[in-house]
Design a protein around this ligand. Sequence first.
Ligand SMILES: [Zn+2]
Length: 346
Amino acid sequence: MTPEDRRAFIRTLPLAELHRHFDGSCRPDTLWEYSEKYYSAVPGLDFEEFRHYLQWDDAKDRNLLDYLSKFDLPLQYTQFYENIKRIAFELAEDAYNEGIRVLELRTNPFIHRRAGLSTRQVVHATRKGLAKFGETHPDFRAGIIIIAMRNHGGNMARILLREVIGEHADYHNGPGVIGFDIAGAEPPFPPILFAKAYEMAARMGMGLTVHAGEAAGPERVWEAVDNLGPHRIGHGTSAGRDPELLKRLAKDGIVVECCLTSNIHTGATDRYADHPLPKFLEAGVKVALCTDNPTVSSTDLVREYEIAMETFGLSEGDMRHIARMSWEGSFLAEAGAWPGPAAGAG
Ligand SMILES: [Zn+2]
C-alpha cells in the first residue's frame, strides 16, 4: 500500500477522537490574530517564531518541559468568553475536516479563569462554540471532558465537579459535559487521592477516564484501575510492560487512549516502534487512537492512524477495528453504533 493509498483508506473511516485537549489544539493563526489585536504584534516576533512557542520542533525541543512550555502561550488569549467560544468552534471545524464525527474535547476550566470568568462560564463558552458548529453539521457529535489537576488534590476536584454539573449534557440540547479526568504530574499525586471525586463523578453520570502510566510506571495504572473505576485510561503507555495489567484491562473492558506522537514528545516512548499498541491489541485490550494535542504535536487523527498502520504493519481490517473500538469507547450516548463497514469486511 502506498502512503497515498493508506491516507485515502483512512479518510473513508468514520473517526472518533476521545483524547484532545482544548489548549493544545488552538489554531496558531487565531492566536496570532489575538496577539496582534492585543499587543499590536510583539516587536521583533514574526509568525514563524510565534509558532515555535506553540508547536514541537524536533530540531530544538528535547523533553517534557519543552513540551509543557507549548501550553503557556494560548492561555494569554483563552481567558475571555468570546475567544473560548470561537476556539471551540474552530476545534470542532478542524476535527470535522479530519473525518472526526465524534469529538470529546477535554478542558481544565481553572486555567481559563485568570480574567475573572467562572468555571461554569468557561465550560459554557466551550459548549456554545461546539454547539454553533453542530448547528450546520448534524452528523457531528461533541462532548466535553472536565479535567481536574492532580496537584490541586482531591477536594478541589470535587469542588470542580460541583461547579460544572449545571453544564452536564443531560441538562442541555447539544454538547455538554460528559466525562471526568485527572491530569498533571503523576508521581507525587497517586490516584487514591481522587477516589471520592471519581465516586462523585460516577454518581453524576459522567464517563470516567484517567491520565495514567504516561510519566509513571504500571503501578499507577493499577492504582487508577483499582481505586477509581475508570472506563478508560489516558495513555497507559507503561501498561505495556506488565502482562498481568494487560489481562486486567482486557477483562474489565477498559479502553486505552493511545496518543503515539504525543508519547514521543513527552518521552513516554522513545520511538514509534516502542509503543505498546501491538501488545494492547494482542492482549485483547480495547484501544482508541487519539491525538492528545494536535497543535503542539503538529499532527491530526488521520496522521496518527497512518503512523500506526505504517509502524506496526496493521491491515485495513485492523484499522477498522481500531476506529470502531474508538467510536464505541465514547462517553457520548448519542454516538450510537459505529457507522463504518462491519469488522472483518474487505
Ligand atoms: Zn492528555
